[in-house]
Design a binder for this molecule. Structure first.
Ligand code: NAD
Ligand code: WQD
Length: 350
C-alpha cells in the first residue's frame, strides 16, 4: 500500500471498490485528486481498484486501500490518523431493496452505524466536507409520474430507502450543529452503463435485482430471459418508466460536487438523472441493438412496491452544480455490453 506524504490532502472514498465508487475513483484520479479507499469488500473485491490503476496509468497497488468495515470505529480512526483528508465521498452501504425487507436490522446496522462512525471520526479529525450517495428511493413517487424535484415530497416504502432518508437527516443535523461543515446529498436515479474501456462495470454477486444488469446477463447468455415486471402501467407501452444515468456521468457529478464543497453552502441536495424516462421494453430494445441480437423476455406480474414512472427534474444540478448528463442511452447500452461481453463472469475471471 502506498504511504501518504504528510503534506498532501486526500479525498476519502468509502465503498470505493464498488460499482459507482470505483468509476468515481477513476474520474477523481483523472482530475488530479489524491484518493484513499476504504471498503470492507462485502459486495466487491479489490480487482476494480487494479483496473482503475490500469486505466489511470498507475502502478499496481498504488491506490491507498484499507479493508475496513465502517462499523469498526477504531479501524476508521486508524485510517484518519494516517492521512490528511480534505473531504469524504461516502458510497459504502448495502443497497438491495428486497434483502432490506427480509433483513432490516442488517441494513440499519450497516448503513446507519457506518455513517455515524464516519461522521464521528470526521468531527474528531476536523474533516468537514462530505458528499453522500443518496437515492431517488427517498421520494414518494408522483402518482402522475411528474419529474421529481429536490423539494418533492419524501417517503420510502422499504428499509433500504429509509436508511438513506435517515442518513440524509443525520448528516443535515451534523451540518447544522458543527461549524463550517458542508454536505452534498446526491440523489441518483437509475445508474447503469460501464466505463467505455470495457474493463470496469457492475458485477452483482447474486442474480441481479436491477433491470439493466439482469438484461445484460441475459444478453450474454448467463440468464435465460428478462422478466418484465408489469405490462399494465399507465405508461406509453404499459411497462415501468425510469430515468437511467450513465455511471461515468455520475462519476463526473461527484467531482463537480466535491469542487463545490469549499464554497460553503452548508447542506444541499441534488438530483442526478437525465430528466427523461425509458420504459422496460425500450431498455431491452436498446440493449438488443447494442449487443446485436434480440434479447428474450417474458411478461410477468408487477413487482410489489414498484410504481409506473420515476423521472428526475435535473434543473438544480444543472444550474448550481453545472452538471448535465453527456452520455445517451445508446452509449449507456454499448458500454454496458462491452463490459458484459468482455467479462461474462464479472471481475472474478482474473
Ligand atoms: P456497491 O455495492 O457496488 O458498492 C458499495 C460498496 O460499499 C461495496 O464495495 C461494499 O463492499 C462497500 N460497503 C458496504 N458496506 C460497507 C461497510 N460497512 N464498510 C465498508 N464498506 C462497505 O453499490 P453501488 O451501486 O456502487 O452503490 C454505491 C452507493 O450508491 C450506495 O450507497 C448505494 O446505496 C447508492 N445508490 C446506488 C444506486 C444503484 O442503483 N446502484 C442508486 C442510488 C443510490
Ligand atoms: C427498473 C424498472 C422494474 C428488474 C431501484 C431501487 C432504487 C435505486 C435504483 C438504490 C422497474 C423493472 C426490473 C427486472 C423488470 N437503487 N424491472 N425486470 O426499482 O427503479 O430502483 O434501483 O438506491 O432504490 O429501488 O430499479 O432496475 O430494479 O427497476 O421489469 O428483472 O425495471 O419493475 O420498472 P428501480 P430497477
Amino acid at each position: 500500500m502506498a504511504e501518504a506524504s504528510s503534506s498532501a490532502t486526500y479525498v476519502l472514498v468509502t465503498g470505493g471498490a464498488g460499482f459507482i465508487g470505483s468509476h468515481t475513483v477513476l474520474e477523481l484520479l483523472k482530475q488530479g485528486y489524491k484518493v484513499v479507499v476504504v471498503d470492507n469488500l462485502c459486495n466487491s473485491s479489490d480487482i476494480p481498484l487494479r483496473r482503475v490503476e490500469e486505466l489511470g496509468g498507475l502502478k499496481d497497488n498504488s491506490i491507498p486501500f484499507h479493508k475496513v468495515d465502517l462499523g469498526d470505529l477504531e479501524g476508521l480512526r486508524g485510517v484518519f490518523r494516517q492521512y490528511k483528508f480534505s473531504s469524504v465521498i461516502h458510497f459504502a452501504a448495502l443497497k438491495a431493496v428486497g434483502e432490506s425487507v427480509r433483513k432490516p436490522l442488517n441494513y440499519y446496522r450497516n448503513n446507519i452505524t457506518g455513517t455515524l462512525n464516519l461522521l464521528d471520526v470526521m468531527i474528531e479529525f476536523d474533516v468537514k466536507n462530505i458528499v453522500f450517495s443518496s437515492s431517488a428511493t427517498v421520494y414518494k413517487a408522483d402518482p402522475e409520474g411528474k419529474p421529481l424535484r429536490e423539494d418533492s415530497p419524501l417517503g420510502c416504502t422499504n428499509p433500504y430507502g429509509r436508511t438513506k432518508l435517515y442518513m440524509e437527516s443525520i448528516i443535515r443535523d451534523v451540518t447544522d450543529a458543527e461549524h463550517g461543515w458542508n454536505a452534498i446529498m446526491l440523489r441518483y436515479f437509475n445508474p447503469t452503463g460501464a466505463h467505455v474501456s470495457g474493463r470496469m462495470g457492475e458485477d452483482p454477486k447474486q442474480i441481479p435485482n436491477n433491470l439493466m444488469p439482469y438484461v445484460s446477463q441475459v444478453a450474454v447468455g448467463k440468464l435465460k430471459e428478462v422478466h418484465v415486471f408489469g405490462t399494465d402501467y399507465n405508461t406509453r407501452d404499459g411497462t415501468g418508466v425510469r430515468d437511467y444515468i450513465h455511471v461515468m456521468d455520475l462519476a463526473e457529478a461527484h467531482v463537480a460536487a466535491l469542487k463545490r464543497l469549499p464554497d460553503n453552502h452548508g447542506y444541499e441536495v441534488f438530483n442526478l438523472g437525465s430528466g427523461t424516462g425509458q420504459s422496460v421494453l425500450e431498455m431491452i430494445d436498446a440493449m438488443s441493438v447494442a449487443c446485436g441480437h434480440k434479447i428474450p423476455y417474458v411478461n410477468d406480474p408487477r413487482r410489489p412496491g414498484d410504481v409506473a414512472t420515476v423521472i428526475c427534474n435535473p434543473d438544480k444540478a444543472a444550474g448550481e452544480l453545472g452538471f448535465k448528463v453527456s452520455r445517451d442511452l445508446k452509449s449507456m447500452c454499448e458500454d454496458l455490453w462491452r463490459w458484459q461481453e468482455n467479462n461474462p463472469n464479472g471481475f472474478t475471471q482474473e
